[in-house]
Unconditional design. Structure first.
Length: 225
């Protein structure tokens, strides 16, 4: 499903070069639930951004199924993210001027999906995350946990094969965070979606099927069950 081959990423901060990833080789199979763990600055978010095609490697190859992402145009990567990769962020990234329903609908509308199909998928997505009754509420009227569930509905509305989550519980209390992890686990178990999340959460690590420890931009070892 996802393959990285000798991937490095170097950022330039003025005259200083920062090596965020250093020769990472990794394969994630279909239907896996993987947790990227390690201290802040170890490369977790950079790795997710490369898998999503949000960023490009300085060297190496990044593959999603049979597509080599680092060779695609920006427009092709945008279309790929809309249809095949769902992304969940720590800070929700909901548009404040759109209702929950409209936030979830936005990726489909941008992708030219017919209105009737948009309505069906949005209703299904909000029902799946338990927020059908909050569809017409604005983001500021929702709790943090509810906003994150709306963000997950937006990520899954296009029925992607892969969900990438960057610290999805990092801005939530323990109860709301556990509910979000329940939802991701359900998507993995019941719908077979591949899930890769960057996390500091011990509970998230316990739920993952495989743990990938990162340190200083390198994979330190592989663990799994």
């Amino acid at each position: 499903m996802i393959r990285l081959q000798q991937v490095s990423k170097i950022y330039s901060l003025g005259k200083v070069l920062v090596r965020a990833l250093d020769g990472v080789t990794l394969t994630i199979g279909p239907g896996e639930f993987v947790a990227l763990v390690g201290p802040s600055g170890c490369g977790k978010s950079t790795l997710l951004n490369l898998m999503a095609g949000i960023d490009r490697p300085t060297s190496g190859e990044v593959w999603l199924e049979r597509e080599r992402l680092d060779c695609l145009s920006d427009d092709s990567l945008t279309r790929l993210r809309r249809s095949r990769v769902g992304i969940v962020y720590q800070f929700f990234n909901l548009l404040p001027t759109l209702t929950a329903r409209e936030n979830v609908a936005l990726p489909l509308l941008l992708d030219g999906v017919q209105y009737g199909e948009v309505e069906r998928r949005v209703a299904q997505g909000l029902q799946r995350v338990g927020l059908a009754h909050r569809a017409e509420h604005w983001p500021h009227e929702l709790s943090g946990g509810e906003q994150q569930r709306v963000a997950i509905a937006r990520a899954i509305v296009a029925e992607p094969r892969v969900i990438l989550a960057d610290e999805p519980t990092g801005n939530l209390d323990s109860v709301a965070g556990s509910a979000v992890l329940d939802l991701l686990e359900e998507l993995h178990q019941d719908h077979g979606q591949t899930i890769v999340l960057a996390t500091h959460s011990r509970e998230a690590v316990r739920r993952a099927g495989r743990i990938i420890p990162l340190c200083d931009g390198r994979i330190e070892g592989l663990e799994g069950s």
